[in-house]
Design a protein around this ligand. Sequence first.
Ligand SMILES: [Zn+2]
Length: 124
Amino acid sequence: MSANKKPDRRILHCPLCVKATETLARHLARVCMKDKSPEERQAELQRAKDSTELWTRQGRVWDYRELFRWCPHAPTRRTLVQQLLKKEFLIQNLPPDFDDASLKWPLAERGAQSGDAQDSDTDD
Ligand SMILES: [Zn+2]
């Protein structure tokens, strides 16, 4: 038998005050739902567990191609991606050379409208 088995203490967010806690049932009973019935607290606890599961399955992972579509402004998108990564979100299809790729992609998708030597200066 494994002696150093850690108890499964999932961190959940209180649906009412949005505080993260390892002991949500106790938090609800002592703070946010102290006037409610055990059944009502149990329902909120279940709601928090379901929300966390859904977030883990769907909310944590982003697709860079969607971020690209929703956020066409390259510097803003780069900042957004950096913040998401910093907060441990997972990003699929992140360009391998992400830092400068975020500036190059818009040109590539538009069929390289600019960037060629053509548009330098046409003085007529
Ligand atoms: Zn709370």
